[in-house]
Every structure is written in structure tokens, then in C-alpha cells.
Ligand binder design. Structure first.
Ligand code: SF4
Ligand code: SF4
Length: 173
């Protein structure tokens, strides 16, 4: 068998065309994604397109809303401030990005999570009830503007909905 008459395409002994190995490493051509890559991109897709199972919803855990919920404690504040300062090209202050107990406990006196000292420092939220008190690093279209350097707690957080999806993928792949 010849491929459109091209004699330089190798054939195996049965006459089938052998497609030469694709060497384009930059595109990982021909390689299936790893299990970790599938899980990571699924999480990214769900969080930005079908957050908590609601189509077109995104980044709900980056807002407080009406829930008793706090985005903290942030465990890698120094690393994050350093990376954020580098990204922005100027020095960012601790208070610009984080909230400590003294301030936070007064912001949401009715929420138990905001009264618990161990949950601090937490991410600074914008005092905008209509937008659900979003983290100030969340864009208007609900995307994390510091995705590549986000704090550990943000990177590791899985809501119940996403936890189910990840454990299904982990079991099946
Ligand atoms: S972790 Fe859950 S709540 Fe947070 S953005 Fe992803 S799907 Fe939405
Ligand atoms: S830093 Fe990014 S992921 Fe973390 S709460 Fe803010 S917007 Fe969400």
C-alpha cells in the first residue's frame, strides 16, 4: 500500500503505512495527558466554567456570599507577597492582601469562621455585598488574577462538588 503514491513513507512487512514518530516535543504530539494533567485541567475547567455544578458559574469559593466561610488561614504569606510583588513590579504590603483577626472579626461579627483566630490571616475581601464579598484578587469575570502564584490554601481547596469529581477520576483513570 502506498500513501498517495509517496515512495518515501515507510511500510511494514504487511504493507501497512508506518507513520514516522512525531518528534514535536513542544506540543507533546501523540502523547496522552497524564492522570495528574487530566485531573488538573478538569479542576480548572469545573472551577471556571461549571463551578459547583452550575453552568457559567465560576470561582464561588473566592467569595464569601451568605455562607459562614473564610478564605484562610493563609500559610505561605511571605512567599505569596514576594511572588506578587515580583509580578506587579512594586512592593505589596501585608495589609493590602491579607486581613488579621482584629479587623476580620469585626467585619463579619455574625460568622463563626471569622471569629476563630486560627483562621487568620485570611485573604482580603472587597466590601461589596452585591458581588458576594469577593477576594480582592478575583477579577470582575470571576477569574483568579494570580492563578500561577496563588496561596497554598487556594491551590489545595476542593469543595465537596469538586472533591467528588476528583475522586471519581482518581478511581477510574
Ligand atoms: S472549588 Fe468548588 S466552589 Fe471553588 S471554584 Fe471550584 S467548583 Fe467552584
Ligand atoms: S487568591 Fe485567587 S484563588 Fe485565592 S481566593 Fe483570591 S482569587 Fe481566589
Amino acid at each position: 500500500m502506498k500513501l498517495f503514491g509517496k515512495k518515501d513513507v515507510p511500510e511494514d512487512e504487511r504493507g501497512f503505512i508506518r507513520v514516522p514518530e512525531d518528534k514535536d516535543d513542544s506540543l507533546s504530539a501523540g502523547e496522552p495527558p497524564t492522570k495528574e494533567e487530566v485531573i488538573e485541567s478538569t479542576c480548572y475547567y469545573v472551577c471556571s466554567k461549571v463551578c459547583y455544578g452550575v453552568r457559567t458559574q465560576a470561582g464561588i469559593c473566592c467569595t464569601i456570599g451568605k455562607r459562614d466561610y473564610i478564605i484562610g488561614p493563609i500559610t505561605d504569606t511571605e512567599r505569596f507577597l514576594e511572588d506578587l510583588s515580583k509580578k506587579l513590579g512594586y512592593e505589596v504590603d501585608f495589609r493590602d492582601v491579607f486581613i488579621e483577626y482584629e479587623e476580620g472579626s469585626k467585619m463579619f461579627p455574625d460568622k463563626d469562621t471569622w471569629q476563630e483566630k486560627n483562621n487568620y490571616p485570611c485573604m482580603r475581601v472587597v466590601p461589596d455585598e452585591q458581588r458576594g464579598f469577593p477576594c480582592q484578587l478575583l477579577s470582575a469575570d470571576m477569574k483568579c488574577t494570580v492563578h500561577s502564584i496563588k496561596p497554598e490554601v487556594c491551590r489545595d481547596y476542593l469543595c465537596d462538588y469538586l472533591k467528588d469529581i476528583v475522586s471519581t477520576l482518581d478511581r477510574c483513570l
